[in-house]
Structure formats: C-alpha cells, structure tokens
Design a protein around this ligand. Structure first.
Ligand code: FMN
Length: 183
C-alpha cells in the first residue's frame, strides 16, 4: 500500500533510521512491512502494535486497521502481516468487513503481493479462527501469495497472543528473505 490520504490518519510507527536522510524510503531497513489488523474487541490491534514495536528497529513498519486499508493500494515491495480475529458465528470482525466488501467489489489484481496470516479465535466456538481464513481465501482468490505458516491464537488456551505472533513473525520474515526459486 502506498500512502494515500486515508492511511495517514491511521496509526503509523515511524522507526529511527540509521541515516538522517529519509528521502530514500527504504534506506537502512531490511524490509517494508505493513501490519494490517481486523478486530472487534481490540485484541488484534494490541497484537499488531506490539509486533510493530518489536519489528520497528530493523524494518520500516506501519500498522493499519483493515477498516482504513486501501484495497487498490497493495504494494509488491511490502510484506503484509495480517492479524484478524473471528466474531459472530465464524464471521469477520467489524473492522475487517468493509475491507472484505471492498476487495469483492473492486476486485484488485494482487498478483505479486506477499502476505502472511495470523488468526485470533477461540476453539470453544464451532468455527474456530474462520475470520482469518476468510481474509486469507479472499486475498488468494485475487492473486496474492501467502508466505510462511498460518499462525493462530486460541483464546481458550494458555498461550499469550504476543508470544505466538512474535515467533510466527520471525519465521515468516526468515522465509520471506529467502530468494524465490525460479522454475
Ligand atoms: C461474541 C463473540 C463471538 C465469537 N465468535 C468466534 C467464532 O465464531 N470463532 C472463533 O474462533 N472465535 C470467536 N470468538 C473469539 C474471538 O475471536 C477472540 O476472543 C479474539 O481474541 C478476539 O479478538 P479481537 O478483540 O481482535 O476481535 C468470538 C468472541 C466473541 C466475544
């Protein structure tokens, strides 16, 4: 995603650069990472912000609510880390609904766009983690490529979501740095 006006209003983590010259957007950073979150009661947002703080020293990181995301602005030079919960009966959380509707309506060509997926859910519900899966299916249907494992946090379990997302993200980033094999 570029920097359209509607995203300037969203939370943005600006990292310290090793160089004072910021004209080169990617200078001094290993990767450009957009962390997108879809939430209803705030957990995914907290996780996204913690992740941004952890990754911010090494990478250019932005945190964007899916509700504010521009579906026509996905960039091939960014890695998208998507954190999305599930609500209702296996439905998307509120903040992800307008995003999903806009993708269906605008049908953006997401070929070349790379993303990783982490779903928040609760296994005591029948449709465990379905919200993240819905976003995953939608992005793949429009040509985007998922990298790394599909991470999950189960609110019925004992693990802290932040611990799981931290190890998930480091695995994803490790994989995303590897050269893509050519046929
Ligand atoms: C009313 C309600 C419905 C939920 N429905 C589901 C569900 O169908 N499947 C699931 O895996 N989790 C479900 N959950 C669990 C949430 O996904 C989980 O608590 C998550 O951490 C919430 O993240 P959020 O605060 O970012 O929305 C539900 C939670 C609530 C409160």
């Amino acid at each position: 995603m570029g920097l359209p006006g509607n995203q300037l209003a969203s939370r943005r983590i600006v990292c310290l650069t090793p160089s004072s010259d910021t004209s080169d957007y990617n200078r001094g950073f290993a990767m450009i990472i957009d962390i997108l979150f879809g939430t209803e009661s705030g957990n995914a947002e907290l996780v996204a912000e913690d992740l941004a703080e952890a990754l911010g020293n090494e990478h250019e990181v932005r945190v964007i609510d899916l509700a504010d995301a521009d579906v026509d602005g996905f960039r091939q030079d960014s890695l998208y880390l998507i954190i999305c919960s599930t609500h209702g009966e296996g439905d998307l959380p509120q903040s992800a609904e307008p995003f999903a509707a806009a993708v269906r309506e605008n049908s953006p060509d997401l070929a070349g766009v790379r993303y990783a997926m982490f779903g928040l859910g609760d296994s005591t519900y029948p449709n465990y983690g379905r919200g993240g899966e819905l976003i995953d299916e939608l992005l793949q249907a429009h040509g985007a490529t998922r990298v790394g494992t599909f991470g999950r946090h189960d609110a019925a379990g004992r693990a802290e979501p932040g611990d799981l997302t931290a190890s998930w993200a480091s695995d994803v980033l490790l994989g995303a740095r590897l050269p893509v094999p050519t046929a």
